[in-house]
Design a protein around this ligand. Structure first.
Ligand code: HH2
Length: 267
């Protein structure tokens, strides 16, 4: 896919879930979801990332049937409006049906754990986000530890999954170290500080810090709706350290910050 080279690519978050940590319950109605997606595009989103299963720590699992019931009509509506859609799912069956509806990218927070996902992505010839998660959303925040170092272990994971993706015939890979997915506050900070080390792998990097709990902790236990400044600060650090894609809820504000940051970084 051809994304702009000289500026950061903005992915706006659209969760069709009752329980997502910051926008849960807001967009269960398709008309509201469409209106929000359009607003995000107007505010500067290049891609809208549609998700039907929360991956917050301790989230309840959702059946494939229920996930499809939530996301498919919305993907359909957005594609008809000409919006570039990414489908945020770990389920090959959900990815398949959404790609058939015209989604342009698969965002897999399990990083191609399920072999069938790699086959589907390859067959549709679309880009895939390979995200790192230690454990599952149900257990990932129970004392996560990295014996060989958090950056080192994530790089090992990426090397293995890149190999699998290539074997399946996937052309277009985006890597995401998965901020908050089986990571302590210190792990998240170290990943962001050392992000440029992932560039050695030779693939574009995506970062999703938006409104996450580590920001709340650093901002004196601020709730999700009061984490905008911390979101922007962490996003700019990520961009300076090599992120090409950012996944954000507050598209307008983040885009305005990126207009300045991108001008400084890319000229
Ligand atoms: N974070 C979330 C979900 N999907 N995908 C990628 N590639 N990177 C991320 O950091 C990422 C992601 C979690 O955020 P959100 O969708 O707002 O919450 P929830 O999982 O509760 O729906």
């Amino acid at each position: 896919m051809n994304f702009p080279q000289r500026r950061t690519v903005v992915m706006g978050v659209l969760n069709i879930t009752p329980d997502s940590f910051s926008d849960g319950g807001l967009f269960m109605d398709s008309a509201q979801a469409l209106a929000h997606a359009k607003q995000m595009v107007q505010d500067g989103a290049d891609i809208v990332d549609v998700g039907g299963e929360s991956t917050r720590p301790g989230a309840k699992l959702v059946s494939q049937e229920e996930e499809l019931r939530r996301v498919k009509p919305v993907v359909d509506l957005l594609v008809r409006e000409g919006i570039v859609v990414s489908i945020d799912t770990q389920k090959p069956g959900v990815a398949e049906e959404c790609l058939q509806k015209g989604a342009s990218l698969v965002n897999d927070v399990s990083g191609l754990k399920n072999e069938a996902m790699a086959q589907i992505v390859a067959r549709h010839n679309v880009p895939v986000v390979i995200m790192h998660m230690k454990g599952t959303p149900q257990d990932m925040q129970q004392d996560p530890a990295y014996e060989r170092g958090v950056v080192e272990e994530i790089k090992e994971f990426f090397r293995e999954r890149i190999q699998k993706a290539k074997e399946a015939g996937i052309q277009d890979i985006i890597l995401d170290p998965g901020i908050g997915f089986g990571k302590t506050l210190e792990h998240n900070l170290e990943i962001l500080r050392r992000l440029s080390e992932f560039k050695d792998l030779g693939y574009p990097l995506l970062i999703g810090t938006s409104r996450k709990s580590f920001i709340g902790k650093l901002m004196g236990n601020a709730p999700p709706e009061e984490r905008l400044e911390g979101t922007i600060a962490s996003m700019i650090v990520a961009v300076m350290n090599g992120a090409r894609f950012v996944r954000v809820h507050d598209v307008k504000e983040c885009k305005r910050a990126l207009l300045v940051a991108d001008a400084i970084i890319h000229g």
